[in-house]
Design a protein around this ligand. Sequence first.
Ligand code: PMP
Length: 362
Amino acid sequence: MNKKIYNFSAGPAMLPEEVLKKVKKNFLNWNNIGASIIEISHRSIEFNEIIKNSKKYLKELLNIPKEYVILFCQGGARGQFSAIPMNLLNKFNCADYINSGYWSYQAFLEAKKYCFPNNIYVREYINGKISISNMKKWLLHKNSDYIHYCPNETIEGISIYEEPNFKDKIVIGDFSSYLLSQKINIKKYDLIYASAQKNLGPSGITIVIIKKSLLEYKNSDIPSILNYKKNFLFQSMLNTPVTFSWYIISLVLKWVKKKGGIDYFEKINIKKSNLLYQKIDDSNFYINNIHSKNRSRMNITFQLKNKKLNDLFLKEANKFGLKFLKGHKIIGGFRASIYNAMPLSGVEKLVSFMIDFENKFK
Ligand code: PMP
């Protein structure tokens, strides 16, 4: 039996063991400079290597075109919920917010502080399962400055795989639990952002990939730390960045590249998620209420038909070495977050546990 412990936390989430071992090995004396990486200046030549490499890897992995810049911001994805309207509201002083779940709705609520955004609800039911309506059915407003949506709702486990194709609209995506999990066409977006603590590294940094032309927007009166133009001009170091997170992100990106890039992870993520959904669908014991076309490959949510067994399931899973499977409190049940760092063996172990648990308690 595989005795290894697997961490299914939604974020901060598990990181590649190889990366953690490297961090540990180099922690006291990074690259033989006689100091830890967390003890040196963000402006030093040594740290500059990390900045350069992380940008280079991101550009390569995501195929980021020349007309975009990468910013490393603070304040999490929630910080971006404020930064986006502050920087990008323009002549209409209004924006379209696609509401597909908890996080996209939170972005809408934050935008309400700055304008009267449109709350565009896009969930529908197909054969009793939650799905997201096709983009061409989204009721966008003519007079809005941008459209914001979230391609992976981390809490509910709902993904939107369709690519946006909205003419003459600025398109913004919250890729917090999606970035690096599969290929994306950056050109379809004007701004994408992702907090790091899922697929990229520890918490503390939020990646913003933004079209250069958007930096020319107005809004000099907004807080400097949220101002995209200022962040660009100061090379994401207007204040002291979270150097330790940034360092680990650079190692994770290198690891992603070494493994075979996003193509490799897309294939394995499909395999891992299919395995788990297959198990759920094969039984009447477990339930997932998301339509197959919108099921997340990163956050797989499920319920037990017999809710009385919930506590026992968690307790037994824990004992078996399967940690942090408890679902988010707003939907309950269970959630297996299986980002890039989760090996196939972790999902196989979970599936084998689910089969045994079902056989014992059905
Ligand atoms: N958006 C999404 C899709 C998320 O999953 C999260 C965090 N779980 C957030 C936004 C908020 O991120 P942060 O805690 O970094 O502000």
